[in-house]
Design a protein around this ligand. Sequence first.
Ligand code: SAM
Length: 283
Amino acid sequence: MPKPPRRPFQPDHGRKSAAPKARAESTADRGWDPVAAWYDKLVGDAGSDYHRHVILPGTLELLAPRPGETVIDVCCGQGVLVKPLLEAGVGRVTGVDASPRLIEAARARHGADSRVSLQVADACRPGPWADGSADAATCLMAVHDVPDIAGLFSNIRSALKPGGRVVMVFMHPCFRIPKRTHWGFDNDQKIQFRRVDAYGSPEAIPVTTHPGRADSGATTFYHRPLADVLTAVGEAGLGVTACRELFSHRRSQGNGPFSRAEHKAAGEFPLFIALKAVRLTTR
Ligand SMILES: C[S@@+](CC[C@H](N)C(=O)[O-])C[C@H]1O[C@@H](n2cnc3c(N)ncnc32)[C@H](O)[C@@H]1O
């Protein structure tokens, strides 16, 4: 059966963008600057709940940082990964993010450490940070926040030494699409299911963070089918060597049918996907 026609969005670098206006006004060049204060508070010094229990352990397990290595954290935000990397013995951490406010927050935490360098840069565009000197790279919870993954992956590749590795963790594109996926409960079968209303078309979805509060702000979530993401990784000259699907650490403990169904579903539907890829010597 033929696939229905797709509605691709265009990256907004010098081209006409199908992305919502909110993106152009609030997050085009400055990443999550408009929601930086909220995000910094949410993540704090040690990470959000999901960072601490799922994202950071999953990242470190796949990355397996070695003492003395140079690691670049692309779209580093307020620097949540810096401390765990240093504690793992990494020799130098460079953090790059488009948001001046989040880089400021990262500098407030780690700027005094001579092993750490933090820079404001658009990770979708080439820059001096992508100079081929990193042993490893990371990119946490940001693949879906940039309009141009071809640019992002190409720059990550350029940042790495030949054979260098990258670990990227992002929302699972099959199960976690804002406004398009939801939980449902089948009362007859006592099953909690994941409802997926749309998946196969790339889509720029406006998201309001912490709605209803005076300091709420707008970001854009760029949904792409998994095949598009994996193809873009390969086309950038990165070869996937490992993949993990990361599940919530939260489990319902109740004994009723709803709790039991919720408990089971939490172990069946992953929140995030983690990819490990290496810089290929040929493209
Ligand atoms: C959900 S936050 C994740 C931040 C951090 N990695 C973490 O796990 O806390 C997404 C980050 O991507 C950054 N970002 C979005 N577009 C970017 C771009 N084009 N270049 C660099 N950073 C970007 C945002 O500023 C924001 O810090």
